[in-house]
Write a protein that binds this ligand. Sequence first.
Ligand code: 5GP
Length: 176
Amino acid sequence: MSDPTVLISEADVQRRVGELAAEISRDYDGMGEITLIAVLKGAFIFLADLSRRLAVPRRIEFMALSSYEDGSTHSGAVRLVMDLRESIEGRHVLVVEDIVDTGRTLHYLIELLRTREPASVRTCALVRKKDRHEVEVAIDYLGFDIPDVWVVGYGLDYDEQHRALPYIGVVEPEGA
Ligand code: 5GP
């Protein structure tokens, strides 16, 4: 596989993460502690950078989700692979996602979290493939809109490769 080509540079990613952190810090100022829930695995680097730049008190939780697949096709259903360790009842929750594609994963997660009676639920996503969206889901804080390409880097992988790249790049799968 050839090296990824740069779609969003490291400088642009860092600048935008800083802007998002400033916006979130402003919005949650005076509201007490917020609970950041990152969706594994892809959001781990975004969460690390974002959380370090927030000026409001926060705690960190992780969840893992995966799409059901039957061989080569996606059924679109989402499965909970790893749940929270603590209750979020009465807490201000901010879901931190790496990428929103069809929107199914984020939609599933928000519906699930709402049943647990948090004080509020908002969403923050680094990138969104706008043209791919199938399920209506509100993104309160969005980094970038991107075209329908497979992106890697800054936590995102292609077959577990490229997660550590500091930029967001595009890979051409073998044989494409
Ligand atoms: P959904 O379609 O439910 O919005 O997104 C499902 C999941 O597919 C995302 O959370 C992400 O893990 C994965 N995904 C979708 N598009 C890409 C992409 O371009 N690159 C990577 N690395 N993962 C993606």
